[in-house]
Design a protein around this ligand. Sequence first.
Ligand SMILES: [Zn+2]
Length: 167
Amino acid sequence: MEDDCTGPLHPKAIEGMKLFNEGKFFDSHEELEIAWNEEAGKVRDLYQGILQVAVTYLHITRGNYDGAIKVHERSLRRLKDWPDVCRGIQVGKFRKDAEIVVQQVQKLGPENISRFNPVLFKPIQWNEKRVWTCDKCGSEMYEKNCKVSCPNCGNRFDCSDLNIYFD
Ligand SMILES: [Zn+2]
């Protein structure tokens, strides 16, 4: 799975995560579904797991206790084997946040699910992969901890030299 964690994110997955963070869980699910359909690699399982958490949260906001529990269980199967950080997504934190949400829902039970506090819906955190092109030979460059290097000609620089702020 490590290998599946390099490379860029599908643009629709990014769109889906942005909508998720705005609490638009239905729209988030729609975008992630497109990413899941269009992605041929194994990372589609990760997109599906995130999608299922969006659906879990949607069920919670609609007071559907059984739906929330069922879809959360499915999401666990999709999400459990990924490293804590994959393609820049903080998967480990995301899994933990979803777990806390569902524990709280279980504590409330079907009768009181409407009292769920949506402040527990934490945003997904990720860094979008930056693509660097070598100004000497045109190859794609690798970046690690702000050190950017060209695998072809050895050209290298520090991203802080560019005077751009990345978070
Ligand atoms: Zn180069």
